[in-house]
Design a protein around this ligand. Sequence first.
Ligand code: ATP
Ligand code: MN
Length: 265
Amino acid sequence: MKEIKVFDIAISHPQRIIDGKIKKIDIIKYYEQISSIILPFVANRPVSEIRCHSDIQSAFFRKHHSNSDDLIYVKDKNSLILECQNGTIEFHMYGYNVKTNQPHIMVFDLDPDDKLSLKKVRRGVLDLKTILDKLNLKSFLKTSGGKGYHVVIPFSKVTNYRKFESFAKKVAVIMEKTWPDLYTTNIKKDARNGKIFIDYLRNKKSATCVAPYSLRARKNFPISFPISWADLNKFTPNKVNIKNIKRYLDNNAWNDFFEVKQELI
Ligand code: ATP
Ligand code: MN
């Protein structure tokens, strides 16, 4: 049989069904297609991954290489595809740059109580943006590919984790104090009743957030997709997926993400 190669990587079991009609080769071709836009978010930092060794039911989270304590790094297109060849479907990014070991990508994850409407979740990300605007911080929006949205803030100058974490907490506490009936900084599920948990804990050194453009290992393979603030109401959290992404790739809502000049003071 003819060997299939993507970049320099030989692909085994390309026709293996992962879920529905989606095969292993479809996942790999997707990452090949978007490799240059995902790489800035997953290279130069560790990643964690969700892998499947057969179908989607076999998905498991991994933070380290097998049988070692070493974190996982993706350095270029070939190493991205090698991870997929070995079963990776989701890529999760850490907030720090490997050169400095210090943070520069801040993430807020809004996790609603299950019964909350999408309208309230959308109001939540806009309320968060209002606060960040007041602090003169440019923020970026993406769908989670699951149930919500992530608000992401790039810093051109790295800072230390003590400052970074305490700033993220301060922003979440401002939200909770301004709208106590809508938002909580308490991670406990029973404190969430009717509210949205503002997960600022994604900004700990050991924490991750699914990377922009990563697939999710779920039905229809939704994508955590960067959108513009103006498009919030046009995108449900799992709207963009492996099948329809071609329609949205021109969006390029985050094209200046790494050019933004801002720092924590
Ligand atoms: P959703 O919109 O459905 O909440 P999500 O990506 O925000 O999607 P969460 O469960 O809220 O999912 O988790 C937030 C982030 O925390 C994830 O993107 C992931 O990087 C990290 N995370 C989630 N589950 C685990 C886990 N079991 N171990 C380590 N990190 C995890
Ligand atoms: Mn979430």
